[in-house]
Design a protein around this ligand. Structure first.
Ligand code: OFO
Length: 172
């Protein structure tokens, strides 16, 4: 059974994951209308993953005797300036999510809720991978600079960049 403090904190994270999904969906739309098809596909996929992170929390809260709340969400930006700026924003957003997960882990320890602490380890590991992925992409973008051919190749290849390939890159 979740304590009410734990339930409230998990519900706050449900909202964070739902808003993350909306942010990346909005990024996908921006990229798609700009003709950046590969980047758009990457963002659509990322948005789906965030929805999965949200659902995992929803199921957990309901299973543990709580009530997962589907709340209103803040509207994401609709204009991201340049694709470089957009990926910087993605990185900053993932850092924000990591902090939020850390806070949640902290609450689980305060509440002596070791089951939730254990459940949250999946998110802790996931955030390490997501931050590594965002950094890998930013490194590639820095290499391209303002080169149009580079952007063409980046847009083509970004769909192949995933958590596994980023982890392999970081290990090198
Ligand atoms: Fe990209 O973060 Fe969810 O957890």
């Amino acid at each position: 059974m979740l304590t009410s403090k734990m339930e409230k904190a998990l519900n706050a994270q449900i909202r964070v994951e739902a808003e993350s999904s909306q942010v990346y969906l909005s990024m996908a739309c921006w990229a798609e209308v700009k003709g950046l098809e590969g980047i758009a596909q990457f963002m659509y996929k990322h948005s789906d993953e965030e929805r999965m992170h949200m659902l995992k929390l929803v199921k957990y809260v309901n299973e543990r005797g709580g009530h997962a709340i589907v709340s209103e969400l803040s509207a994401p930006d609709t204009d991201f300036g340049t694709f470089q700026k957009m990926f910087e924003q993605l990185y900053d957003h993932e850092i924000f999510v990591s902090k939020s997960i850390n806070e949640l882990v902290h609450v689980s320890l305060e509440e002596k809720d070791y089951a939730t602490h254990n459940f949250l380890q999946w998110y802790v590991a996931e955030q390490i991978e997501e931050e590594a992925l965002a950094r890998t992409i930013l490194d590639k973008i820095n290499l391209i600079g303002n080169d149009k051919g580079g952007l063409y190749l980046f847009d083509r290849d970004v769909q192949m960049i995933n958590v596994e390939s980023a982890a392999a890159d970081t290990a090198q």
